[in-house]
Design a protein around this ligand. Sequence first.
Ligand SMILES: [Zn+2]
Length: 458
Amino acid sequence: MFAFYYRIIKKTVIILYIILFLLTANSVFAGGMNKDFEANVKKIINKAMQDSTAWEQLAYLCDTFGPRPSGSESLNKALMWMKGEMQKDGLENVKAEEAYVPHWVRGREFCELVKPRKEQLHMIGLGGSIATPPEGITAPLLIVNSFEELKARAKEAKGKIVLFNKPWMGYGDAVQFRFNGAVYAAEAGAVASLIRSCSPIGMQNPHTGVMGYNDTIPKIPNAAISLEDAEMLERMEKRGQNPVVHLYMEAKTLPDVKSYNVMGEIKGSERPGEIIVVGGHTDCWDPGLGAQDDGGGAISAWKAVKLLKDLGIKPKCTIRAVMFVNEENGTKGGKAYAVDHKNDNTKLMFEFDSGVFEPQSIGFSGSDAQMETVKGFEPYLKILDDSISVVKGGWGVDISPLAKQNNIPVMSLGTNDEGKYFWYHHSATDTPDKVNPAVMNKCIAAIAISLYLYSETK
Ligand SMILES: [Zn+2]
């Protein structure tokens, strides 16, 4: 009889214990700071700020391998170098997983003003564009500021080169013209499409980026020209000087190429089967060296994991740094990762692809309860910099295929670029000198703190 009651009491105690455990699992992030967490966060910050190797490796990557467009030999060489460095860093389970990526090559290209006078314009072909015929295209311009204006003036577009000269109103606005301009221009009967470069500043520095075609509408060549050239051409048109340009492009799309997502991890001390993914992308556009977009972001993610390892902070779950390939024109790396890791128990996906500037926010997308927990990271992040806050809305192009497919919470680091990120992005000026080594270390610390604290949550 006593044994019977004893069993009931024992069961009840176990159930109560489980309920209590579930209720308090994340409450460590409610209220004040936990002393152990605070001590580890301070260790993370101290070590991150003393270490200069992250920026040096970024500079080595950029200088040694050069531009890393998807499908290029230089990108694959850079990826193998990253794999070797991850092994040297002592990360576990280092590997390169295959992903087939698009291979667009620019070839020779130029754009010149032929009337009312001759001048080389500052141009760059847009990623994915077709070539012009071998003799190039010579045509007068139709200059518009919006798709609505093109629609209203569609009758004038036939046989012309349409130039979308839309003043900068943010990247989201500008990118519509880069991505869809050739489709709208071709639909109206144009023979080629030009856009004013997607950037708030000019300095005769045109920016490239991915563009799209629609299979039901003829494909026409598509390029960007500098802000200054676009403005000059519009002034000429308004004066009735009827500018004529000659566009020459050899661009072509070759068959897809085998490339890789490179990754390495530190094994979780208590729940190694639970995985936190943190990454950035390794490919970049060809005019620059991809320091800000996104070599700096990718290396920061990787070095945040190394930092936790070097400090001997043993996260409870596994933290895997993933250097995703082909963010810029296809997300083939992110998509391959979603296939290869669909059965993983992924607890969180973190991406850093917003420019290596002063850390400003940790963005998070997840349930309200998870958001509440992550909000509790704020006091720890403020030890690094009082201006960092936790905000709603994590994002990342590379992580989104698996995150959407498996409904995984998403986190990202937002930075305060003071408007400068789009000065460099996708242009020849995206080089390591644009990344401040101390600021990069702060970004690494912010990522490491967030990963460590998240690994402490249930
Ligand atoms: Zn990017």
